[in-house]
Design a protein around this ligand. Structure first.
Ligand code: SAH
Ligand code: SF4
Length: 395
């Protein structure tokens, strides 16, 4: 369960800069087909041909991952020039890139407006791997065990900003074009910063773009959206995206869940469970994942393991036991290994697969619930160090 601290860290390459004209140019990366069509028309393509041009752009951007209009060989030179006058193919700036000794990679990305989000690639066994994407800067919810929830500034990400996280990861993993058979980025999980169901419009559009077979082509069954339980949006999520559902359960009774996941006061367990049972397409082939963070002495008793099994009886489900990832100032501790194992045994005996999620990327603070806050902290300490240096230089 522990990983060695062979931390490889390097600063990101400087962002691509352009002469003068760049200030007003916007990136096409992350846009929908309709938005690309509009960009083509604005760049001088006659409306009757714009849809065809948009599909060509789509393929260059999302299948080939090109970063330069000049590579788009089947698009007329004048059209390319018109596009390049107004647009770029830039990704968000990588402020920091870290690689864990276990292969986990984390990127801190700067968005327009200066806010930052984190994206984490978690390699799995064999050739598969999941990209953990953020849906918001920070989170308005305040789950007591989650560090992201302590962040004050929050805003929704646009669909383009969500898709751009996948583009950055594919660039860094060198996995273009989509037809590259050695791709390791095979799955997407919305388990980064933020509550995806508070930003469903952008999440749904991003999923449409990411899953399109002519582009990034990560199928809807390989995309999982995790929610802390925004009940009214669970049905619409299934209907609009066809994505896999994950529920951050963490407790089996309202009293404890009210405390750990305060949103439970608004949408208590009974309503949550009803919404899950009604999730479109739920079946043995499309199971819901219940996430359960193991908090020492709080929710990890055998009685609670049995209550968990009872609560989800009849639902096609997997259970993900997540060892709590501590952060500075938290009141919680992670359950002991043996306690987690006994808890898992109860769940397994009831017929549920319950992998204990091995914490990944702990050495780069990339594990669940540790996102962003760590970078904020690092930056704070960098500012303090710079201030100390300045003070020393003055004296
Ligand atoms: N807001 C969404 C998705 C992001 S959180 C949600 O809550 O589902 C992704 C997962 O990490 C959730 O299951 C969350 O409960 C869990 N998590 C948060 N903080 C954690 C921590 N410190 N240790 C382990 N898991 C944590
Ligand atoms: Fe937000 Fe999810 Fe963290 Fe709760 S666990 S504060 S919903 S990111």
């Amino acid at each position: 369960m522990t990983i060695s601290l062979d931390l490889s860290r390097r600063t990101a390459p400087a962002p691509v800069t352009f002469a003068l004209a760049t200030a007003e140019r916007t990136s096409l990366v992350g846009l929908s087909l309709e938005e690309l069509r509009e960009a083509a028309v604005a760049a001088g393509v006659e409306p009757a041909k714009a849809r065809m041009r948009a599909r060509q752009l789509w393929r260059w951007i999302y299948h080939y991952g090109v970063t330069d209009f000049s590579a788009m060989s089947d698009i007329a030179k004048e059209v390319r020039a018109g596009l390049a006058e107004r647009h770029t193919l830039d990704r968000p700036q990588i402020v920091e890139r870290q690689v864990s000794s276990d292969g986990t990679r984390k990127w801190l990305l700067r968005l327009a407006g200066g806010q930052e989000v984190e994206t984490v690639f978690i390699p799995d066994v064999a050739r598969s791997g999941a990209l953990c994407v953020s849906s918001q800067v920070g989170c308005t919810l305040t789950c007591t065990f989650c560090h992201t929830g302590t962040q004050r500034l929050v805003r929704n990400l646009t669909h383009a900003e969500i898709v751009a996280q996948v583009m950055v990861a594919r660039d860094d993993l060198e996995e273009w074009p989509t037809s590259n058979e050695n791709r390791r980025l095979t799955n997407i999980v919305f388990m980064g910063m933020g509550e995806p169901l508070y930003n469903l419009d952008n999440v749904a559009t991003a999923i449409d773009i990411i899953s399109d077979g002519d582009g990034i082509a990560i199928g809807r069954r390989r995309i999982t959206v995790s929610t802390s339980g925004v009940v009214p949006e669970i049905g619409p999520l299934g209907a609009r995206t066809g994505a896999m559902l994950a529920i951050s359960l963490h407790a089996t009774n309202d009293a404890l869940r009210d405390e750990l996941v305060p949103l439970n006061r608004k949408y208590p367990l009974e309503e949550l469970m009803a919404a899950i049972r009604a999730y479109p397409g739920l079946s043995n082939a499309k199971r819901v994942t219940f996430e359960y963070v193991m908090l020492k002495g709080v929710n990890d008793s055998l009685a609670e393991a049995r209550a968990l099994v009872q609560l989800i009886a009849g639902i096609p489900a997997k259970i993900n036991l997540i060892p709590f990832n501590p952060w500075p100032g938290t009141q919680y501790e992670c359950s002991d290994r043996a306690t987690i194992q006994r808890f898992a045994d109860v769940v397994n005996r009831a017929g549920y697969a319950s992998p204990i999620r091995t914490p990944r990327g702990r050495d780069i603070l990339a594990a669940c619930g540790q996102l962003k806050s760590a970078s904020e902290k690092q930056r704070k300490s960098a500012i303090l160090a710079a201030e100390r240096e300045a003070a020393a230089a003055e004296s």
